[in-house]
Design a protein around this ligand. Structure first.
Ligand code: SF4
Length: 231
């Protein structure tokens, strides 16, 4: 099966150890992305790079690209419902130059923040397998290792929470996931948990705007307390 042409994302900020646009470690995902590209030739259909500030103090970890969102646009949380609340909240708290992300070339910049995913390739049914999460964890580990002291990591959902802990070499049972919780890590960093801002969670009001903004308020307090918020 032919591979789609290489298309670098201009918004990528990751170092080589944090991202490889040609990675095909997960054969199931690589084959699935190839198939989706055949049906949608204009889609990005590659491992989706982290997006944002290379000197970020806040890293947001999602699950994986959505088929018609990040997998299509090449920017995390861009092109489908999941990004609506996320980008609006980033803007409200001063982490973004705009409240909406409409495409990888829309000029939006993140300020002191970066968005990435636990799994960088589109999984069938939005459900990566455990082996695929493990395969991709080295990229997340390199990315989190580059964070400065006093940083904040926001995990969107349990899979992202567990992947972030694994990437940091920490044991999940010592840091149980629950929405709104805040875990002290090494070097003054904190891990914040939120339900994922998916269409399902927001439509059912499992995650409301108020709940999400409350998590961001805690993050802003943590970064401000450490006098390390880069804006
Ligand atoms: S999910 Fe990660 S490890 Fe797997 S093929 Fe994509 S970039 Fe590589």
């Amino acid at each position: 099966m032919s591979r789609p042409p290489r298309r670098d994302c201009a918004a990528a900020t990751a170092a080589p150890s944090q991202y490889d646009i040609d990675c095909r470690r997960c054969t199931r995902l690589a084959a699935f992305v190839d198939d989706v590209h055949e049906a949608n030739p204009s889609y990005f259909c590659r491992p989706v790079p982290p997006f944002g500030d290379g000197a970020a103090r806040l890293v947001i970890v999602g699950l994986a690209p959505g088929m018609h969102g990040a997998n299509a646009s090449g920017r995390p949380f861009t092109g489908d419902h999941a990004g609506i609340l996320l980008y609006a909240t980033l803007f409200k708290f001063g982490f973004s130059t705009r409240a909406t992300s409409s495409g990888a070339d829309d000029g939006l910049r993140l300020l002191g923040a970066r968005i990435t995913n636990a799994v960088k390739c589109l999984p069938p049914g939005n459900k990566p397998l455990p082996d695929e999460i493990r395969n991709c964890n080295s990229y997340l580990s390199a990315e989190l290792a580059s964070l400065p002291d006093g940083a904040a990591i926001l995990a969107l959902g349990r899979v992202a929470h567990d992947a972030a802990l694994r990437a940091l070499g920490l044991v999940g049972r010592d840091y149980p996931f629950s929405h709104g919780s805040q875990h002290a890590l090494n070097r003054g960093a904190h891990l914040f948990d939120s339900y994922h801002c998916s269409r399902y969670n927001t439509n059912t009001r499992r995650l409301t705007t108020e709940m999400f903004e409350s998590v961001f308020a805690s993050i802003a307090r943590h970064l401000d307390d450490g006098a390390c918020r880069a804006v």
